[in-house]
Design a binder for this molecule. Sequence first.
Ligand code: AMP
Ligand code: ZN
Length: 140
Amino acid sequence: MSGCLFCQIAQGQRPAHNIFEGEGTVAFLDILPCTPGHTLVIPRHHYATLSEMPAEEVGKLFQAAAMVAERVQAAMGAAGFNMGINNGKEAGQEVFHAHIHIIPRYQGDGGGSMKSVARMSGKEDLEQLATKIRQAFTSS
Ligand code: AMP
Ligand code: ZN
């Protein structure tokens, strides 16, 4: 999609620090890294969010991300990594071309876990919530 930053990177029309190029995926270093080695993995094809991607494409993207994450961790000598997606504006998405963040983690890096991205206690009990969510599997 013309005008999309990550489409331009995927097509080699904008410089980026690419670290992996697969058939349908590209990985490159985040320009404002949370930690050294912070990497983004994107589908070559334009999808604004993960929710727009066909299941098969999601599978390929995660497969590439898992492989890239292991290589990044090894290369950086990191102690672990967080892998995550800001899916939608409220979740913090700023670039609307689907992407997975891989953030290498280091001892004493001052960061938290994925559970620190939000904190809001629900009113419904867990079984009520489970019932509500289960219905989404039958209605779609
Ligand atoms: P998100 O908030 O999930 O949409 O994250 C978008 C990410 O893209 C941010 O971490 C940015 O630092 C990163 N970013 C934006 N522009 C570029 C670029 N030209 N090259 C590499 N990373 C970028
Ligand atoms: Zn795009």
